[in-house]
Structures are given as structure tokens and as C-alpha cells.
Design a protein around this ligand. Structure first.
Ligand SMILES: NC(=O)c1ccc[n+]([C@@H]2O[C@H](COP(=O)([O-])OP(=O)(O)OC[C@H]3O[C@@H](n4cnc5c(N)ncnc54)[C@H](OP(=O)(O)O)[C@@H]3O)[C@@H](O)[C@H]2O)c1
Length: 173
């Protein structure tokens, strides 16, 4: 069975994804999208992203945390390499790559999909950026859905679904 490998990310118009160990914005409907989309799926994240969510596993998901140093938290599987993460997610239809920057870059060669929440702004201060160029040679925008500003969301954003066009990448397993 071929496995989809999907990066899920929220980035602004300059590619910013993080600020001082957290997110540069508060967008509850984007967090809700992340929680719904990833439910029941294996989720791979870097050690710093894991710390940014309180060093606790996400419920009802296989939590795979990448670090060079042992992580001993109940409900978390420590992985040292991308290959180990792939082994743990074998047989699952989709592996989620939840960041941060280095983890997206590491997984880029095997990504089949990107679920990008494109925040329609350029935040003034950020220190972490999405490293993948969703260029038209390799990626096609399959779907997009706009979310406007409202009393809970100070910024507008679009839910974008990008799909890899290179056939050999679309089935690594
Ligand atoms: N907007 C979004 O969608 C989004 C998503 C995720 C994260 N973020 C933000 O991004 C920031 C965190 O991202 P980050 O890029 O700084 O850190 P990160 O990718 O979450 O974690 C980096 C750590 O992962 C481990 N790691 C990375 N590559 C590895 C490899 N090849 N082998 C073994 N271990 C490896 C290392 O841990 P050790 O040092 O322990 O070895 C490294 O220090 C936060 O601000 C977070 O809020 C935003």
C-alpha cells in the first residue's frame, strides 16, 4: 500500500511559522483544523515543536517525536531518524509531518501532500520559516477554502491543499 506523507503547517505570506518557541498568531479554527485532520493518524514532530505543545502527547494519535536525545514521556515514541518514524507508521494510510522547520525539510523528499494554512499577513517578528517552496513544477494547488477575519480571528487565512506532482514521490512505501 502506498502511504501518503502530509505536512500540516500554518505559514504567513513570508513563510513564517514560529516565534520564540510558539506560533506567531492565535487562530482557533486553524488549531481545530489541525486537531481534526490529524485525529487517529501518526504524527511526527521535532523535539522543539513537542515542547511547544507542552511536552505532552496529542490524544488519539501515534506521537512520534524526533530528537537526538531520548524522550521518555508516556504516550510518545522517540525516533532518531525519519526512517524510524516511517517504520512506526508502516501500514497507516497517512503519516502527518507536523514540523518544525527542520522536520519539514527532512521529510520534503517523501512528502505527497501539504495542508497549508496560508495566513494572509506578514507578521512583524518571526524566527522560524517553512523551508519548502511550493513551486508549480512540483506542486499543484488542489483545493482552497477561505476563512475571513472575525471576533476570534484577527487575521484572515486560507486552507490550501497542495499535492506533489512527481509520481515517484507519491508512493514511497
Ligand atoms: N505554524 C506551524 O504550522 C508550526 C508547526 C510546527 C512548529 N511550529 C513552530 O516552529 C517552532 C519549532 O520549530 P523548530 O524548527 O525550531 O524545531 P523542531 O523542528 O520542532 O525541533 C527541532 C529539533 O528536532 C530534532 N531534530 C531535527 N532534525 C533531526 C534529525 N535529523 N535527527 C534527529 N533529531 C532531529 C532536534 O532535537 P534535539 O535537539 O533534541 O536533538 C532539533 O533540535 C516553534 O516556534 C513552533 O511553534 C509552527
Amino acid at each position: 500500500m502506498s502511504q501518503r506523507v502530509t505536512a500540516v503547517v500554518a505559514a504567513d505570506l513570508a513563510g513564517a511559522i514560529g516565534k520564540q518557541g510558539g506560533l506567531p498568531w492565535h487562530l482557533p479554527d486553524d488549531l481545530r483544523f489541525f486537531m481534526r485532520y490529524t485525529l487517529g493518524k501518526p504524527v511526527l514532530m521535532g523535539r522543539k515543536t513537542f515542547e511547544s505543545i507542552g511536552s505532552k502527547p496529542l490524544k488519539n494519535r501515534l506521537n512520534l517525536v524526533l530528537s537526538s536525545r531520548a524522550i521518555e514521556v508516556e504516550g510518545v515514541i522517540w525516533v532518531k531518524t525519519l526512517d524510524q518514524a516511517l517504520q512506526h507508521s508502516q501500514g497507516e494510510a497517512e503519516l502527518i509531518v507536523a514540523g518544525g522547520a527542520g522536520i519539514y525539510a527532512l521529510a520534503e523528499p517523501i512528502l505527497t501532500d501539504v495542508r497549508m494554512t496560508r495566513v494572509q499577513a506578514k507578521v512583524s517578528v518571526a524566527d522560524t520559516f517553512f523551508p519548502i517552496n511550493l513551486d508549480s513544477k512540483n506542486w499543484i494547488l488542489k483545493e482552497t477554502e477561505a476563512h475571513g477575519m472575525d471576533e476570534r480571528h484577527a487575521l484572515a487565512f486560507d486552507f490550501e491543499w497542495w499535492v506533489q506532482t512527481k509520481p515517484e514521490t507519491a508512493s514511497h512505501a
